[in-house]
Design a protein around this ligand. Structure first.
Ligand code: CTP
Length: 394
Protein backbone atom coordinates (compact mmCIF):
# COMPACT_ATOMS: atom_id res chain seq x y z
CA UNK A 1 0.00 0.00 0.00
CA UNK A 2 1.03 3.59 -0.55
CA UNK A 3 -0.69 5.48 2.28
CA UNK A 4 0.92 8.81 2.91
CA UNK A 5 3.21 8.52 -0.13
CA UNK A 6 3.47 11.39 -2.58
CA UNK A 7 3.96 10.37 -6.18
CA UNK A 8 4.51 12.52 -9.27
CA UNK A 9 3.46 10.80 -12.49
CA UNK A 10 5.30 12.18 -15.53
CA UNK A 11 3.56 11.40 -18.79
CA UNK A 12 5.67 11.19 -21.95
CA UNK A 13 4.54 11.28 -25.56
CA UNK A 14 3.55 7.75 -26.44
CA UNK A 15 0.31 6.01 -27.26
CA UNK A 16 0.53 4.23 -23.88
CA UNK A 17 -0.16 7.64 -22.29
CA UNK A 18 -3.83 6.65 -22.13
CA UNK A 19 -2.89 4.06 -19.48
CA UNK A 20 -1.52 6.84 -17.28
CA UNK A 21 -5.10 7.63 -16.29
CA UNK A 22 -5.52 4.12 -14.88
CA UNK A 23 -2.09 4.35 -13.26
CA UNK A 24 -3.03 7.57 -11.44
CA UNK A 25 -6.27 5.93 -10.29
CA UNK A 26 -4.45 2.79 -9.12
CA UNK A 27 -1.85 4.79 -7.16
CA UNK A 28 -4.66 6.74 -5.51
CA UNK A 29 -6.57 3.54 -4.74
CA UNK A 30 -3.47 2.31 -2.89
CA UNK A 31 -3.40 5.48 -0.82
CA UNK A 32 -0.90 7.70 -2.64
CA UNK A 33 -1.33 11.40 -3.22
CA UNK A 34 -0.64 11.99 -6.91
CA UNK A 35 0.38 15.00 -9.00
CA UNK A 36 0.88 14.93 -12.74
CA UNK A 37 3.38 16.56 -15.08
CA UNK A 38 3.34 15.98 -18.83
CA UNK A 39 5.55 16.65 -21.81
CA UNK A 40 3.98 18.62 -24.65
CA UNK A 41 3.99 15.36 -26.64
CA UNK A 42 2.28 13.55 -23.76
CA UNK A 43 -0.43 16.21 -23.77
CA UNK A 44 -1.10 15.43 -27.44
CA UNK A 45 -2.02 11.87 -26.49
CA UNK A 46 -4.08 12.55 -23.38
CA UNK A 47 -5.73 15.68 -22.09
CA UNK A 48 -4.34 17.48 -19.04
CA UNK A 49 -7.92 18.24 -18.02
CA UNK A 50 -8.64 14.54 -17.37
CA UNK A 51 -5.60 14.29 -15.14
CA UNK A 52 -6.38 17.52 -13.34
CA UNK A 53 -9.87 16.16 -12.75
CA UNK A 54 -8.48 12.97 -11.23
CA UNK A 55 -5.86 14.61 -9.03
CA UNK A 56 -7.65 17.83 -8.14
CA UNK A 57 -4.48 19.74 -9.11
CA UNK A 58 -3.32 21.17 -12.42
CA UNK A 59 -1.55 18.67 -14.68
CA UNK A 60 1.45 20.80 -15.55
CA UNK A 61 2.55 20.80 -19.18
CA UNK A 62 4.28 24.10 -19.72
CA UNK A 63 7.14 25.28 -17.52
CA UNK A 64 6.54 28.80 -18.80
CA UNK A 65 2.86 29.01 -17.90
CA UNK A 66 2.65 32.23 -15.87
CA UNK A 67 -0.26 30.91 -13.82
CA UNK A 68 2.14 28.62 -11.96
CA UNK A 69 3.57 30.87 -9.35
CA UNK A 70 7.02 29.77 -8.25
CA UNK A 71 9.04 27.02 -9.81
CA UNK A 72 6.82 24.06 -10.29
CA UNK A 73 9.64 21.55 -10.91
CA UNK A 74 11.48 22.61 -7.75
CA UNK A 75 8.33 22.41 -5.70
CA UNK A 76 7.24 19.02 -7.07
CA UNK A 77 10.75 17.61 -6.97
CA UNK A 78 10.93 18.36 -3.26
CA UNK A 79 7.37 17.24 -2.59
CA UNK A 80 7.55 13.82 -4.27
CA UNK A 81 8.64 10.63 -2.53
CA UNK A 82 8.84 9.15 -6.02
CA UNK A 83 8.64 10.30 -9.64
CA UNK A 84 7.26 7.75 -12.09
CA UNK A 85 7.60 8.37 -15.81
CA UNK A 86 4.93 6.46 -17.73
CA UNK A 87 5.20 6.12 -20.61
CA UNK A 88 8.93 6.79 -20.89
CA UNK A 89 9.71 7.17 -24.58
CA UNK A 90 13.08 6.59 -26.25
CA UNK A 91 13.55 10.34 -26.52
CA UNK A 92 12.62 11.01 -22.91
CA UNK A 93 15.02 8.31 -21.64
CA UNK A 94 17.81 9.76 -23.78
CA UNK A 95 17.27 13.25 -22.45
CA UNK A 96 16.90 12.14 -18.85
CA UNK A 97 20.05 10.01 -19.11
CA UNK A 98 21.98 13.05 -20.27
CA UNK A 99 20.65 15.45 -17.65
CA UNK A 100 18.45 17.58 -19.89
CA UNK A 101 15.94 19.67 -18.00
CA UNK A 102 14.08 21.70 -20.61
CA UNK A 103 10.55 20.50 -20.09
CA UNK A 104 8.51 20.04 -16.96
CA UNK A 105 8.95 16.24 -16.75
CA UNK A 106 12.72 16.38 -17.19
CA UNK A 107 13.05 19.36 -14.86
CA UNK A 108 11.02 17.57 -12.18
CA UNK A 109 13.25 14.49 -12.56
CA UNK A 110 16.28 16.73 -12.29
CA UNK A 111 14.97 18.28 -9.08
CA UNK A 112 13.62 15.07 -7.54
CA UNK A 113 14.70 14.20 -4.03
CA UNK A 114 12.90 10.84 -4.04
CA UNK A 115 13.18 7.64 -6.06
CA UNK A 116 12.86 7.55 -9.85
CA UNK A 117 10.99 4.90 -11.80
CA UNK A 118 10.66 4.61 -15.57
CA UNK A 119 8.02 2.57 -17.42
CA UNK A 120 9.38 2.52 -20.96
CA UNK A 121 7.11 2.12 -23.97
CA UNK A 122 8.29 2.15 -27.55
CA UNK A 123 8.64 -0.03 -30.60
CA UNK A 124 10.73 -3.12 -29.98
CA UNK A 125 13.45 -1.90 -32.36
CA UNK A 126 13.72 1.40 -30.47
CA UNK A 127 13.96 -0.47 -27.15
CA UNK A 128 16.70 -2.70 -28.62
CA UNK A 129 18.69 0.22 -30.06
CA UNK A 130 22.24 0.53 -28.73
CA UNK A 131 21.56 4.15 -27.77
CA UNK A 132 18.54 3.13 -25.68
CA UNK A 133 20.54 0.32 -24.04
CA UNK A 134 23.22 2.85 -23.09
CA UNK A 135 20.71 5.35 -21.75
CA UNK A 136 18.87 2.75 -19.67
CA UNK A 137 22.18 1.49 -18.27
CA UNK A 138 23.23 5.04 -17.42
CA UNK A 139 19.95 5.83 -15.65
CA UNK A 140 20.09 2.52 -13.76
CA UNK A 141 23.69 3.26 -12.74
CA UNK A 142 22.45 6.61 -11.41
CA UNK A 143 19.96 4.73 -9.23
CA UNK A 144 16.76 4.86 -11.29
CA UNK A 145 14.53 1.80 -11.45
CA UNK A 146 12.64 0.36 -14.41
CA UNK A 147 9.44 -1.60 -14.85
CA UNK A 148 8.86 -3.28 -18.20
CA UNK A 149 8.54 -2.99 -21.10
CA UNK A 150 6.72 -6.25 -21.60
CA UNK A 151 6.07 -8.49 -24.55
CA UNK A 152 2.71 -7.83 -26.20
CA UNK A 153 0.79 -6.07 -28.93
CA UNK A 154 2.46 -2.79 -29.92
CA UNK A 155 0.59 0.26 -31.22
CA UNK A 156 0.86 -0.80 -34.85
CA UNK A 157 -0.49 -4.29 -34.18
CA UNK A 158 2.91 -5.99 -34.28
CA UNK A 159 3.85 -8.07 -31.28
CA UNK A 160 7.11 -7.30 -29.52
CA UNK A 161 8.94 -6.42 -26.34
CA UNK A 162 8.15 -2.74 -26.10
CA UNK A 163 4.70 -2.51 -24.60
CA UNK A 164 4.38 -0.50 -21.42
CA UNK A 165 3.82 -2.55 -18.26
CA UNK A 166 0.22 -2.57 -17.06
CA UNK A 167 -0.76 0.10 -14.50
CA UNK A 168 -1.12 -2.55 -11.74
CA UNK A 169 2.42 -3.70 -12.36
CA UNK A 170 3.75 -0.15 -12.40
CA UNK A 171 1.95 0.55 -9.11
CA UNK A 172 3.54 -2.62 -7.69
CA UNK A 173 6.94 -1.30 -8.76
CA UNK A 174 6.20 2.02 -7.05
CA UNK A 175 5.47 0.08 -3.86
CA UNK A 176 8.74 -1.74 -4.46
CA UNK A 177 10.59 1.60 -4.34
CA UNK A 178 9.56 1.93 -0.71
CA UNK A 179 10.18 -1.70 0.26
CA UNK A 180 12.35 -2.13 3.30
CA UNK A 181 15.40 -4.33 2.73
CA UNK A 182 14.28 -6.80 5.40
CA UNK A 183 15.52 -9.80 3.39
CA UNK A 184 19.03 -8.43 2.82
CA UNK A 185 21.61 -11.14 3.39
CA UNK A 186 18.98 -13.86 3.06
CA UNK A 187 18.92 -16.45 0.33
CA UNK A 188 15.59 -17.64 -1.08
CA UNK A 189 14.86 -20.43 -3.51
CA UNK A 190 11.56 -20.01 -5.34
CA UNK A 191 10.00 -22.44 -7.80
CA UNK A 192 7.40 -21.34 -10.34
CA UNK A 193 5.36 -22.51 -13.30
CA UNK A 194 4.26 -25.93 -14.44
CA UNK A 195 6.39 -28.94 -15.20
CA UNK A 196 6.20 -30.70 -18.55
CA UNK A 197 6.48 -34.47 -18.46
CA UNK A 198 7.49 -35.73 -21.88
CA UNK A 199 5.72 -38.60 -23.64
CA UNK A 200 7.89 -38.44 -26.72
CA UNK A 201 9.93 -35.77 -28.53
CA UNK A 202 6.82 -33.70 -29.36
CA UNK A 203 4.23 -34.36 -26.63
CA UNK A 204 4.04 -33.79 -22.92
CA UNK A 205 1.69 -33.81 -19.95
CA UNK A 206 1.43 -30.40 -18.34
CA UNK A 207 -0.90 -28.04 -16.49
CA UNK A 208 -2.20 -24.50 -16.79
CA UNK A 209 0.14 -22.77 -14.34
CA UNK A 210 1.57 -19.54 -15.81
CA UNK A 211 4.27 -19.01 -13.19
CA UNK A 212 3.09 -15.49 -12.33
CA UNK A 213 2.69 -16.10 -8.61
CA UNK A 214 6.18 -17.55 -8.22
CA UNK A 215 7.73 -14.82 -10.37
CA UNK A 216 5.98 -12.19 -8.24
CA UNK A 217 7.48 -13.76 -5.11
CA UNK A 218 10.96 -13.84 -6.65
CA UNK A 219 10.66 -10.22 -7.76
CA UNK A 220 9.34 -9.02 -4.41
CA UNK A 221 12.04 -10.92 -2.51
CA UNK A 222 14.78 -9.40 -4.68
CA UNK A 223 13.26 -5.95 -4.14
CA UNK A 224 13.50 -6.60 -0.39
CA UNK A 225 17.18 -7.35 -0.68
CA UNK A 226 17.22 -11.15 -0.86
CA UNK A 227 19.53 -13.19 -3.02
CA UNK A 228 17.00 -15.19 -5.08
CA UNK A 229 17.30 -18.35 -7.15
CA UNK A 230 14.18 -18.82 -9.27
CA UNK A 231 13.71 -22.36 -10.56
CA UNK A 232 11.25 -21.94 -13.41
CA UNK A 233 9.31 -24.53 -15.35
CA UNK A 234 8.37 -23.79 -18.97
CA UNK A 235 6.83 -20.30 -18.85
CA UNK A 236 7.01 -17.20 -21.03
CA UNK A 237 7.71 -14.61 -18.33
CA UNK A 238 10.66 -12.23 -18.20
CA UNK A 239 13.20 -12.79 -15.43
CA UNK A 240 12.68 -10.26 -12.63
CA UNK A 241 15.53 -7.82 -12.08
CA UNK A 242 18.27 -9.08 -9.77
CA UNK A 243 17.07 -12.70 -9.77
CA UNK A 244 19.16 -15.72 -10.76
CA UNK A 245 16.99 -17.99 -12.92
CA UNK A 246 17.37 -21.70 -13.61
CA UNK A 247 15.07 -23.08 -16.32
CA UNK A 248 13.84 -26.64 -16.03
CA UNK A 249 11.22 -28.79 -17.74
CA UNK A 250 10.24 -31.83 -15.72
CA UNK A 251 9.59 -32.46 -12.03
CA UNK A 252 12.81 -34.44 -11.77
CA UNK A 253 14.82 -31.61 -13.33
CA UNK A 254 13.13 -29.21 -10.95
CA UNK A 255 14.03 -31.40 -7.99
CA UNK A 256 17.68 -31.54 -9.06
CA UNK A 257 17.85 -27.76 -9.54
CA UNK A 258 16.28 -27.14 -6.14
CA UNK A 259 18.59 -29.63 -4.42
CA UNK A 260 21.55 -27.82 -5.99
CA UNK A 261 20.32 -24.42 -4.79
CA UNK A 262 18.96 -25.29 -1.36
CA UNK A 263 22.20 -25.83 0.56
CA UNK A 264 22.61 -22.26 1.79
CA UNK A 265 18.93 -21.28 1.54
CA UNK A 266 17.13 -19.51 4.36
CA UNK A 267 13.75 -20.25 2.80
CA UNK A 268 12.24 -22.26 -0.03
CA UNK A 269 8.93 -21.27 -1.60
CA UNK A 270 7.39 -23.96 -3.79
CA UNK A 271 4.97 -22.02 -5.97
CA UNK A 272 5.44 -24.41 -8.90
CA UNK A 273 2.61 -26.68 -10.02
CA UNK A 274 4.70 -29.82 -10.04
CA UNK A 275 3.25 -32.79 -11.94
CA UNK A 276 2.61 -35.69 -9.56
CA UNK A 277 3.02 -38.26 -12.34
CA UNK A 278 5.13 -38.71 -15.43
CA UNK A 279 4.83 -41.18 -18.29
CA UNK A 280 6.55 -44.46 -17.38
CA UNK A 281 8.41 -44.25 -20.64
CA UNK A 282 9.57 -41.35 -22.79
CA UNK A 283 9.92 -42.83 -26.22
CA UNK A 284 12.87 -41.72 -28.33
CA UNK A 285 10.71 -41.53 -31.44
CA UNK A 286 7.28 -39.97 -31.86
CA UNK A 287 4.51 -42.34 -30.72
CA UNK A 288 2.34 -43.48 -33.64
CA UNK A 289 -1.40 -43.86 -33.29
CA UNK A 290 -3.36 -47.06 -33.78
CA UNK A 291 -7.10 -47.52 -34.17
CA UNK A 292 -7.73 -48.67 -30.60
CA UNK A 293 -7.79 -46.58 -27.42
CA UNK A 294 -4.50 -45.61 -25.83
CA UNK A 295 -3.58 -46.44 -22.26
CA UNK A 296 -0.70 -44.50 -20.76
CA UNK A 297 1.16 -45.83 -17.79
CA UNK A 298 2.16 -43.07 -15.38
CA UNK A 299 4.58 -43.35 -12.49
CA UNK A 300 4.90 -41.09 -9.45
CA UNK A 301 7.20 -38.12 -9.47
CA UNK A 302 9.14 -37.21 -6.36
CA UNK A 303 7.28 -34.84 -4.04
CA UNK A 304 9.93 -32.13 -3.88
CA UNK A 305 8.42 -30.18 -1.01
CA UNK A 306 7.72 -33.24 1.13
CA UNK A 307 11.31 -34.32 0.50
CA UNK A 308 12.60 -30.98 1.79
CA UNK A 309 10.29 -31.23 4.81
CA UNK A 310 11.42 -34.75 5.66
CA UNK A 311 15.15 -34.08 5.32
CA UNK A 312 15.20 -30.74 7.13
CA UNK A 313 17.27 -30.57 10.31
CA UNK A 314 15.89 -27.90 12.63
CA UNK A 315 14.01 -24.83 11.50
CA UNK A 316 16.00 -23.95 8.33
CA UNK A 317 15.21 -23.51 5.58
CA UNK A 318 11.76 -22.07 6.19
CA UNK A 319 9.46 -24.04 3.89
CA UNK A 320 6.43 -22.59 2.13
CA UNK A 321 4.09 -24.60 -0.08
CA UNK A 322 1.02 -23.84 -2.14
CA UNK A 323 -2.21 -25.79 -2.25
CA UNK A 324 -4.34 -25.28 -5.30
CA UNK A 325 -7.66 -26.94 -4.68
CA UNK A 326 -11.13 -27.12 -6.16
CA UNK A 327 -12.98 -27.89 -2.91
CA UNK A 328 -12.48 -27.75 0.89
CA UNK A 329 -9.50 -25.52 0.18
CA UNK A 330 -8.31 -24.68 3.70
CA UNK A 331 -8.88 -28.19 5.02
CA UNK A 332 -6.74 -29.70 2.24
CA UNK A 333 -4.12 -27.01 2.76
CA UNK A 334 -3.88 -27.82 6.46
CA UNK A 335 -3.47 -31.52 5.63
CA UNK A 336 -0.59 -30.60 3.30
CA UNK A 337 1.00 -28.42 5.98
CA UNK A 338 1.22 -31.44 8.26
CA UNK A 339 1.92 -34.15 5.70
CA UNK A 340 4.75 -32.23 4.04
CA UNK A 341 6.11 -30.84 7.36
CA UNK A 342 6.25 -27.25 6.16
CA UNK A 343 5.85 -23.90 7.94
CA UNK A 344 3.23 -22.24 5.78
CA UNK A 345 0.80 -23.27 3.06
CA UNK A 346 -0.75 -20.70 0.74
CA UNK A 347 -4.18 -22.03 -0.11
CA UNK A 348 -6.17 -20.97 -3.11
CA UNK A 349 -9.10 -22.16 -5.13
CA UNK A 350 -8.33 -23.24 -8.69
CA UNK A 351 -10.78 -20.65 -10.00
CA UNK A 352 -9.06 -17.78 -8.20
CA UNK A 353 -5.44 -18.05 -9.17
CA UNK A 354 -4.72 -19.32 -12.66
CA UNK A 355 -3.46 -16.86 -15.20
CA UNK A 356 -4.73 -13.58 -13.78
CA UNK A 357 -2.84 -10.72 -12.17
CA UNK A 358 -4.85 -11.10 -8.97
CA UNK A 359 -5.22 -13.90 -6.48
CA UNK A 360 -7.41 -14.75 -3.51
CA UNK A 361 -5.59 -16.84 -0.90
CA UNK A 362 -5.63 -17.97 2.70
CA UNK A 363 -2.38 -18.33 4.65
CA UNK A 364 -2.45 -21.54 6.66
CA UNK A 365 0.08 -22.32 9.38
CA UNK A 366 0.25 -23.99 12.78
CA UNK A 367 -1.13 -20.85 14.45
CA UNK A 368 -4.28 -20.66 12.30
CA UNK A 369 -5.78 -19.46 9.03
CA UNK A 370 -5.53 -15.93 7.70
CA UNK A 371 -7.72 -15.19 4.67
CA UNK A 372 -6.18 -12.27 2.73
CA UNK A 373 -8.30 -9.84 0.72
CA UNK A 374 -8.21 -10.30 -3.06
CA UNK A 375 -5.06 -8.53 -4.24
CA UNK A 376 -2.42 -8.43 -6.95
CA UNK A 377 -0.01 -11.36 -6.97
CA UNK A 378 2.73 -8.90 -6.04
CA UNK A 379 0.86 -7.75 -2.94
CA UNK A 380 0.21 -11.36 -1.93
CA UNK A 381 3.88 -12.12 -2.54
CA UNK A 382 4.79 -9.42 -0.02
CA UNK A 383 2.39 -10.85 2.59
CA UNK A 384 3.99 -14.30 2.16
CA UNK A 385 7.45 -12.74 2.50
CA UNK A 386 6.32 -10.91 5.65
CA UNK A 387 5.62 -14.34 7.16
CA UNK A 388 9.04 -15.61 6.10
CA UNK A 389 10.72 -12.55 7.63
CA UNK A 390 8.86 -13.22 10.90
CA UNK A 391 10.02 -16.85 10.95
CA UNK A 392 13.61 -15.93 10.15
CA UNK A 393 13.60 -13.44 13.00
CA UNK A 394 12.52 -16.11 15.50
N1 CTP B 1 4.77 -30.24 -4.78
C1 CTP B 1 6.05 -30.72 -4.90
N2 CTP B 1 6.29 -31.86 -5.61
C2 CTP B 1 5.26 -32.54 -6.18
C3 CTP B 1 3.94 -32.05 -6.06
C4 CTP B 1 3.74 -30.89 -5.35
O1 CTP B 1 6.98 -30.12 -4.37
N3 CTP B 1 5.52 -33.65 -6.85
C5 CTP B 1 4.55 -29.02 -4.00
C6 CTP B 1 3.95 -27.87 -4.81
O2 CTP B 1 4.92 -27.03 -5.35
C7 CTP B 1 3.11 -27.15 -3.76
C8 CTP B 1 2.69 -28.25 -2.81
O3 CTP B 1 3.62 -29.31 -3.00
O4 CTP B 1 3.86 -26.21 -3.04
C9 CTP B 1 1.30 -28.77 -3.01
O5 CTP B 1 1.09 -29.10 -4.35
P1 CTP B 1 -0.30 -29.71 -4.82
O6 CTP B 1 -0.17 -30.14 -6.23
O7 CTP B 1 -1.42 -28.80 -4.44
O8 CTP B 1 -0.41 -30.93 -3.85
P2 CTP B 1 -0.08 -32.43 -4.00
O9 CTP B 1 0.92 -32.78 -2.96
O10 CTP B 1 0.29 -32.76 -5.39
O11 CTP B 1 -1.46 -33.09 -3.58
P3 CTP B 1 -2.76 -33.42 -4.44
O12 CTP B 1 -2.35 -33.38 -5.86
O13 CTP B 1 -3.13 -34.77 -3.95
O14 CTP B 1 -3.74 -32.35 -4.07
Amino acid sequence: MLEGRRVVVGIGGGIAAFKAVTLVRELQRRGAEVRVVMTAAGARFIGPVSLAGLTGKPAVVDLWDPSYAGEVHVELGAWADAVVVAPATMNLLARAANGHADDVVLATLACARGALLFAPAMHERMWGRAATRRNVAALAADGARFVGPVEGALANGEVGAGRMAEPEEIADAVEGLFASPDLRGRRLVVSAGPTHEDLDPVRFLGNRSTGRMGFAIAEAAAARGAEVVLVAGPVTLATPRGVERVDVRSAREMEAAIQAAVARADAVVMAAAVADYRPAERTAQKRKKSDGPLTLELVRNPDILAGLGASRQGARPVLVGFALETERVVEHARAKLERKQVDLVVANHASDGFGGADNLVTLVDAAGDEPLPRASKRTIADRILDRIVDRLRD
